[in-house]
Design a protein around this ligand. Structure first.
Ligand code: ZN
Ligand code: MG
Length: 484
């Protein structure tokens, strides 16, 4: 009997369907190994990832673990240069995509065949049985255990608490209770299931420990520490130049990692802080705001902490300049709302708004200069300019970082404060001048600013009843608070 290609294809399709049906029938609890992706062979593959091209112990570390013997893989963007004489059997996993090759990590099981993988710091020496002990700790630990750490060298690991607050772009470390770690301080070998490692969006990002701890916390993975240590190799002292080079590279890698992980502020266990967001020399963290809804709100996040800090600094600077010049100003709109609610900028706001008496403008030399037409940078690098959108003024954090304070000139007419430019926002309305007679001091953004008397009545006139008690995003038609 001759089989046509069409019949063959049909037979193939039927067999595949029968196989799928069989898998479904066996149910998820009892699914046979043949219906799942391969789980790998028992064992631990050593991955060497954190090392410097120009100064490393790669050959020694690889040789030590390869002699156990376990599979050893060197993962690097490209082959180390200058070349490293790797022992026989130790392979290189190039991570940088190359146009005529398959994507490097599309099929990690092609590179790592074992069920477990250990991320081993450069300069570590193998100890027979310790990788297996780590693996047993992982598999026999409490149900949430997905990560095991062991120290390298004579210093024990320090257990740290780690909390992530993605909405405010923050990672917060603390002193962990004994036995409960989310991260460790100190050089460590990290062991996890191969499958787990390669389900992470950044499986081999550097620095490896930070990248793994953060992604593990986001998934609720438990971390166990094994006290037994791997020895560290004795290495010649690093030259000052290489030390400097390594520090610089480490810093730029840390910045890249934080950008990838969406972290702009780390609060360390000792209270120190590390900032990764915008500064005076950089651009603002978010682009032009459309429909009063900045892009971070659409991404389910609030104002980056670096931006809030720069806004506070700009507001304090502008208020200082206005007060020194005798310009009467007051907290307006969302800024007054923030002052009334929490004495600060609303945590999702993107600018600061101040009203000013139009007739006072000439008293401030920077405002007068901006009104004359040209943007002007003051002595501290803040940029004052007339807004392109109408008769109001902006003071930017710097020429490159356009976080700003808006200054809205009002003038009295028959006991009512009015102005010439209206942007059509619901809160953009005239109000009785009596709110400014007198103005009153109010805590705002870490200093004291002047505000309309009876802030509540002023805010309810502008935003409607209950404005202080019922927070809402600037444009609920686009995105509402609590929608995430
Ligand atoms: Zn920023
Ligand atoms: Mg505003």
């Amino acid at each position: 009997m001759r089989v046509t290609p069409c019949q063959a294809a049909l037979a193939g399709a039927i067999s595949l369907n029968l196989l799928l049906l069989f898998c479904a029938w066996r149910g998820p609890g009892r699914s046979p190994a043949s219906c799942r992706p391969p789980r790998g062979v028992p064992g631990v593959t050593v991955l060497l990832r954190d090392f410097e091209d120009f100064d490393n112990d790669l050959a020694g570390t690889a040789r030590s673990f390869a002699s156990l013997p376990v599979p050893v893989l060197v993962a690097a963007e490209a082959a180390p240069y200058p070349p490293v004489p790797l022992p026989a059997g130790v392979r290189l996993l190039p991570l940088h995509p190359v146009a005529d090759q398959p994507p490097p990590l599309a099929h990690p099981e092609l590179h790592v065949r074992t069920r477990h993988v250990a991320l081993v710091p450069d300069g570590t020496r193998a100890v027979p049985g310790l990788l297996e002990r780590m693996r047993d700790t992982l598999e026999r630990g409490p149900g949430d255990t997905r990560l095991v750490a062991a120290p390298v060298g004579s210093v024990p690991l320090r257990c740290l608490e780690l909390q992530l607050e993605p909405r405010v772009w923050t990672a917060r470390y603390g002193t962990g209770a004994p036995g409960v770690c989310r991260a460790v301080e100190g050089t460590a070998v990290l062991l996890l299931r191969t499958r787990d490692l390669f389900t992470l969006p950044f499986p081999l990002a550097r620095p490896v420990p930070t990248a793994i701890f953060v992604q593990a916390v986001l998934r609720g993975w438990g971390l166990r520490v094994v006290p037994a240590a791997f020895p560290a190799s004795r290495r010649p002292p690093v030259s000052p130049h290489n030390h400097w080079k390594a520090e610089n590279l480490a810093e730029s890698r840390r910045r890249r990692l934080m950008r990838d992980l969406g972290i702009k502020r780390e609060v360390l266990a000792d209270g120190r802080e590390r900032w990764y967001g915008c500064g005076k020399e950089t651009a603002r963290c978010f682009g032009t705001v459309h429909a009063r809804t900045p892009q971070y709100l659409l991404a389910g996040r609030w104002t980056p902490p670096c931006c809030l800090r720069a806004l506070r600094e700009t507001a304090r600077h502008v208020v200082g300049a206005l007060e020194a010049a005798g310009v009467r100003y007051w907290l307006e709109g969302g800024s007054l709302l923030g002052a009334a609610r929490l004495g600060d900028i609303i945590p999702w706001d993107y600018d600061v708004d101040l009203g000013i008496y139009q007739e006072d403008m000439g008293k401030c030399r920077w405002l007068a200069a901006a009104a004359a037409g040209e943007p002007v940078e003051d002595a501290e690098g803040f940029l004052w300019e007339k807004a392109a959108e109408g008769d109001f003024y902006r003071v930017h954090y710097s020429r490159s970082n356009r976080l700003h304070v808006d200054l809205w000139p009002f003038y009295p007419r028959g006991g009512v404060m009015t102005k010439d430019t209206w942007l059509g926002h619901p809160q953009d309305v005239e109000f009785p001048e009596s709110f400014l007679q007198p103005r009153v001091p109010m805590a705002f953004a870490g200093f004291t600013a002047m505000a309309p008397n009876n802030a509540r009545a002023f805010l309810e006139l502008k935003f409607g009843p209950g404005a202080i008690e019922n927070p809402e995003y600037p444009n609920p038609d686009v995105k509402r608070l609590g929608q995430d």
